[in-house]
Design a protein around this ligand. Structure first.
Ligand code: HEC
Length: 158
């Protein structure tokens, strides 16, 4: 009896230890992020740096990945990743709306995001035809913003 109860105690200890080790820290802390007063404040205020370091390298990678239909999962993963980065980054453009013609800015950002999302979806389905349409339409909308707000500079080619 004593033997049985010590085995039981040992089992409880093992299970408890396993639970503690497998529980990630954020779950233990109730998954509470540390909030600052302005949680969504941009890290980089300059629109130029934001486009240069977030949008440009992503676009250049995507251009290479979309030059021909991906032949393996790795190729599709690259398209999924970069299209999602661009689509989500378009969400960050809303906070950078200029005072003048802000509604057009939002319109271009929304359209770029929508077609970026369609590209992400097509890549998930490994549908290159739909991906190509979404990719070129997304770029047309990126360019529409560049035409209006950058006097036609940075016209991106598919
Ligand atoms: C709502 C407006 C807007 C949208 C939408 C937009 N951009 Fe831009 N983009 C800008 C502005 C403004 C600049 C110029 C920034 C500067 O140099 O001050 C720019 C510049 C760029 C540049 C040039 C960066 C450099 O260093 O010369 C690239 C590349 C670029 N954007 C890619 C994209 C891509 C890809 C998309 C679509 C997924 C996109 N942009 C959507 C406003 C926009």
């Amino acid at each position: 009896m004593k033997f049985a109860s010590s085995i039981f105690a040992a089992l409880v200890a093992i299970v408890a230890l396993g639970y503690t080790c497998s529980t990630p820290n954020h779950a233990k802390a109730g998954y509470a992020p540390v909030l600052t007063t302005d949680d969504a404040a941009p890290v980089e205020d300059s629109m130029h740096e934001f486009m240069e370091y977030v949008f440009q390298p992503t676009y250049l990678r995507l251009k290479a990945s979309m030059a021909a239909a991906p032949t393996d999962n790795k190729g599709w993963k690259a398209v999924k990743s970069d299209s999602l980065i661009l689509a989500e980054s378009c969400n960050l453009l809303f906070a950078r709306k200029p005072d003048e013609h802000g509604e057009d800015w939002v319109k271009h950002a929304t359209a770029s995001k929508t077609h970026g999302a369609a590209l992400y979806k097509a890549a998930r389905e490994k549908n290159f035809e739909a991906a190509t349409t979404a990719y070129t339409t997304m770029l047309n909308n990126c360019n529409a913003c560049h035409k209006q707000f950058e006097n036609g500079k940075h016209i991106l080619q598919p």
